[in-house]
Ligand binder design. Structure first.
Ligand SMILES: Cc1cc2nc3c(=O)[nH]c(=O)nc-3n(C[C@H](O)[C@H](O)[C@H](O)COP(=O)(O)OP(=O)(O)OC[C@H]3O[C@@H](n4cnc5c(N)ncnc54)[C@H](O)[C@@H]3O)c2cc1C
Length: 329
């Protein structure tokens, strides 16, 4: 059955828990489905994942296609892309939305390539023009300009959408029965992940964080990142870094914010001892409020900061941590 008007949302999960970005995709998908008059369907891969389908129905998915198999426990590029490509080939949705996370940006281009289809990564919006052309709107030059990229009438059209740029679909009370799909035997052999070691337990994901505390070379030594750890723990924030301290081996690459790291959109970004090189700024410029702590009043970070403290981070970061710890109890 061909359903080129169907809109698909690939619901990302980690350790069996749905990412909130799936609900943001459902909100975008809903507005597209109203235009195409097609069904809004969510796709869910994982192990023991079927119970998570209920949350997708509640937020507006009309169908949820679930492939529940132990081999899908951890994200694996080859296996996930092969499986998603098979489903798209068989069911022919028109537009497929995913999250512009490390995972989504690996999965979508690979899947699109298997289908000789197009993909636009890291858009903030997807719309359908009066002539039916599907268009992704993508920030460029560090969010200083926006670029429309049109698929015209070509389908399927794959997009990854930047997390936290769209509101989550509201709980509308929908329900339904997930459609369980078997993992094709031939694909199961493509699982190239045998083990997945989580980073430090309970760490807040940079992509989804409302508050991020980041450290740069101003912290002077790896052990001083503890100041960032403490402030982040007090605020329930995610921890970020400039490339300088990632390259120095003080923190893992997964924390790097910027052009060659992650693009983040928190409500609050606190930059400690970060100069504000353009390659760092492009990754965090869309934060709603930026607080910079730097002892150099001329540091470029102050040009983008909403609030700035010109001073020594070794004095101010522990003092701020103490105040928040007292206030937040
Ligand atoms: C192709 C390319 C890609 C890149 N990608 C990225 C990227 O993704 N992310 C990224 O971050 N960078 C990236 N960079 C590197 C970038 O150009 C900068 O070198 C880097 O961001 C600098 O990191 P920093 O601000 O921590 O260090 P510095 O520029 O050395 O700044 C340290 C700051 O700490 C302040 N400071 C020092 N001591 C104290 C103190 N006691 N209290 C308060 N402040 C203090 C100083 O005044 C200074 O402003 C990239 C570069 C290239 C060429």
């Amino acid at each position: 059955m061909s359903e080129q008007n169907a809109i698909w949302v690939f619901a990302q999960q980690k350790n069996g828990k749905l990412s909130a970005s799936a609900f943001e995709l459902l909100a975008v998908g809903k507005s597209l489905a109203e235009k195409t008059r097609g069904p809004l369907e969510a796709i869910l891969f994982g192990k023991d994942i079927q119970p998570q389908a209920a949350a997708l129905f509640e937020r507006g998915a009309q169908n949820v296609l679930v492939v529940d198999n132990p081999k899908l426990e951890h994200f694996s590029d080859d296996l996930y892309a092969g499986l998603l490509a098979e489903l798209v080939k068989e069911r022919q949705p028109g537009i497929i939305l995913g999250t512009a996370s490390t995972y989504g940006r690996a999965l979508f281009p690979r899947t699109a390539a298997l289908l000789a289809a197009g993909v636009v990564n890291d858009v903030r919006a997807v719309t359908i023009a009066a002539d039916g052309a599907v268009i992704g709107n993508k920030p460029v030059y560090g969010g200083n300009a926006f670029h429309d990229i049109s698929f015209g009438g070509n389908r399927p059209a794959f997009f990854t959408i930047r997390p936290k740029t769209n509101p989550e679909a509201e709980v509308a009370g929908g329900s339904g029965e997930a459609k369980l799909i078997e993992l094709p035997g031939g694909l199961a052999a493509n699982n190239n992940v045998s083990e997945c070691n989580a980073a430090a337990g309970g760490e807040v994901s940079l992509n989804e964080a409302d508050v991020i505390v980041s450290g740069g070379r101003g912290i002077k030594a790896a052990e001083n990142y503890k100041l960032i750890d403490d402030l982040a723990a007090t605020l329930g924030a995610a921890k970020g870094a400039s490339r300088a301290i990632v390259d120095a081996g003080w923190v893992p690459y997964s924390r790097q914010v910027g052009q060659t790291g992650k693009t983040v959109n928190p409500k609050l970004y606190i930059a400690c001892g970060i100069s504000g090189a353009i390659q760092h700024l492009v990754g965090m410029l869309s934060s709603q409020v930026i607080v910079a702590i730097n002892k150099d009043a001329e540091a470029p970070i102050f040009e983008v900061a909403s609030y700035g403290i010109v001073g020594d981070l070794f004095e101010y970061v522990p003092a701020i941590t103490k105040v928040f710890a007292e206030k937040l109890g």
